[in-house]
Design a protein around this ligand. Structure first.
Ligand code: SAH
Length: 264
């Protein structure tokens, strides 16, 4: 039998989840892809510690809001990936957390595949997961939560926002809510969620989860607005709502070095 002639690998782009920031939370697969890459497109929320693993000779293109223009247009990002991959470069698209959780990874993968490219996806630890763990709380608990709901607090232009009152009815059946991109709308979100969850429901806001400058507060839906203002919490942050947080405010502060814990 003759050996099959080598079929050329089609141009490939790897969407890599960079995790919440702490480079120790990268998967081995992500680390390998990052080290091999010759062109790396990087979002804002990718931690500096993660970028240290990129080889020096690689071309690094910041494509987030801090990368130059206010926000790099999506079609420019996609065109760049296609051109570089077709040139034979090993293209990695580095995204904060997991590429398929609120990261537009799905849209990018679709467009790249439509252009005839092969797309590989490497999971990362999503911010909501890291945020809960950073507090020492579980996302599910046999007594308090038999599921988790991940939602975005940010409405896409022209589309209607989530119905927070209706969501509070669902969550009241025993789900932990993890809200991404919600700090700017925290007052509105808390108002809706109070309807079925009650004002005393525990809430945590975790900013820069997993990074040395992480800040967080544990409070209640009723006190959320005051807490966010007083502690000056802002983006990037995850809001966690649910009984899995019960008793956390009373726990000793996490011992991680450099961690600023803010008890409400
Ligand atoms: N794909 C990412 C989410 C991108 S959307 C993931 O899986 O984590 C951007 C939002 O993610 C931010 O507005 C914030 O809500 C959240 N986020 C990302 N990194 C974070 C971090 N280190 N700490 C807290 N929230 C974070």
């Amino acid at each position: 039998m003759h050996a099959q002639p080598d079929t050329p690998t089609p141009p490939t782009v790897t969407l890599v989840g960079a995790g919440p920031g702490d480079p120790d939370l990268l998967t081995l697969k992500a680390l390998r892809a990052i080290r091999r890459a010759t062109v790396v497109l990087v979002d804002d929320l990718v931690g500096e510690g993660v970028l240290r693993h990129v080889r020096r000779s690689a071309r690094v293109v910041p494509v987030g809001k801090r990368g130059g223009c206010r926000s790099t247009p999506q079609d420019f990002i996609e065109r760049l990936m296609i051109t570089e991959a077709r040139r034979g470069e090993r293209v990695v698209r580095l995204k904060g957390g997991d590429p398929f959780v609120f990261g537009r990874g799905g849209e990018e993968a679709e467009h790249l595949r439509a252009a005839g490219l092969r797309v590989e996806v490497v999971n990362g630890i999503t911010a909501g997961l890291a945020a809960c763990t950073a507090l020492g709380a579980p996302l599910t608990h046999r007594e308090h939560a038999h599921g988790v709901i991940f939602v975005t607090g940010h409405a896409r232009d022209g589309q209607s926002e989530l119905d927070w009152v209706q969501l509070s009815a669902t969550a009241a059946q025993g789900f932990t809510l993890v809200i991404y991109m919600g700090v700017a709308r925290h007052a509105h979100i808390a108002e809706g969620l109070r309807t079925h969850l009650g004002g005393a429901m525990p809430v945590a806001v975790v900013q820069h989860a997993s990074l040395p400058h992480q800040r967080h507060a544990v409070t209640t839906l009723d006190a959320l607005a005051d807490t966010v203002r007083r502690e000056d919490l802002g983006s990037p942050a995850v809001i966690i709502v649910g009984n899995v947080l019960q008793g956390l405010a009373a726990l000793p502060r996490p011992a991680a070095e450099g961690l600023t814990a803010v008890a409400a």
